[in-house]
Design a protein around this ligand. Structure first.
Ligand SMILES: Nc1ncnc2c1ncn2[C@@H]1O[C@H](COP(=O)(O)OP(=O)(O)OP(=O)(O)O)[C@@H](O)[C@H]1O
Length: 251
């Protein structure tokens, strides 16, 4: 009981610290991200391929939002636009104070480095670095002051349940554990938004359920929003909101 209370106290303190570190937002704050009429087409062999055909969506603070849809329906294309990796052919993407559709690549990269974390299906860890070093590297890349690295790396790895595996390298960890390192890596610089493309696709159902538990925990402690794609109906059950995509549109 005491242990539980201590854990809860630590989580509350971490949540308060996360909010303070970014400037606390009022409870009733509006959406973190809004897209309006977003379209994306590609030129392929002289033909226009219309992939996104008018996407309106909202991501609210501290929500777990899922994009579901068949392969090729446009989920990854949309995630790339929300994350500022790509720009829409038409329409608007407003992320907090930033109008992504009007910003240059460099400006979007700056926002992305500070405010967004990415998680991929295949973990994307550096194989020769330990879990600790992988997370530390992401803080270095995000420009976090060196004095903060040690405490924050430890905190993030404990948060995902890998306090005892910090010095293991990826090949010494299970798939689920590697994905948890990837989560620690994605949150270490205190982004507001995490984007995850099929983060459970390589995992069995038990490991996938663990990842979803970790997502729920970091939404609380880190006060972040998560938007992820998935095909898995059992995973969809834990979403706060599901957008269903068919052929480049939400239905
Ligand atoms: N850079 C690009 N150039 C040309 N076509 C592209 C490009 N990016 C995506 N597409 C096309 O857009 C369509 C949607 O792809 P996208 O990867 O967004 O689908 P998805 O829903 O994420 O699929 P999956 O579930 O298989 O990952 C596909 O037909 C794909 O070939």
């Amino acid at each position: 009981m005491l242990r539980l209370r201590r854990t809860k106290e630590r989580q509350d303190a971490a949540a308060a610290a996360a909010a303070d570190a970014r400037g606390r937002e009022p409870e009733e704050a509006g959406p973190l991200l809004v897209t309006r009429g977003v379209e994306r087409s590609f030129d392929v062999g002289g033909q226009k391929l219309h992939v996104l055909k008018g996407i309106d969506m909202e991501l609210h603070p501290r929500r777990l939002v899922m994009l579901r849809g068949r392969s090729g329906s446009g989920k990854t294309t949309l995630l790339n636009l929300i994350g500022g990796l790509d720009t829409p052919t038409r329409g608007e993407i407003q992320f907090g104070p930033y109008a992504f559709h009007r910003m240059s690549d460099d400006e979007r990269t700056n926002v992305r480095r500070k405010e967004i974390g990415f998680i991929f299906q295949a973990y994307a860890l550096l194989p020769l670095l330990s879990a600790y070093e992988n997370v530390e590297l992401s803080m270095r890349m995000a420009g976090v002051p060196k004095a903060e690295w040690k405490d924050r790396v430890t905190e993030c790895l404990e948060l995902v349940g890998l306090g005892k595996r910090m010095h293991h390298r990826p090949f010494e960890l299970s798939g689920g554990e590697q994905q948890r390192v990837a989560i620690a890596k994605a949150i270490a610089h205190r982004p507001r938004l995490i984007l995850a493309d099929e983060p459970t696709a390589e995992l069995d159902s038990q490991m996938a359920a663990q990842i979803m538990k970790v997502f729920r925990a970091i939404i609380e402690t880190e006060q972040i929003t998560i938007c992820m794609t998935t095909h898995d109906p059992t995973i969809l059950e834990v979403a706060d909101h599901v957008y269903e995509m068919v052929d480049g549109k939400f239905i």
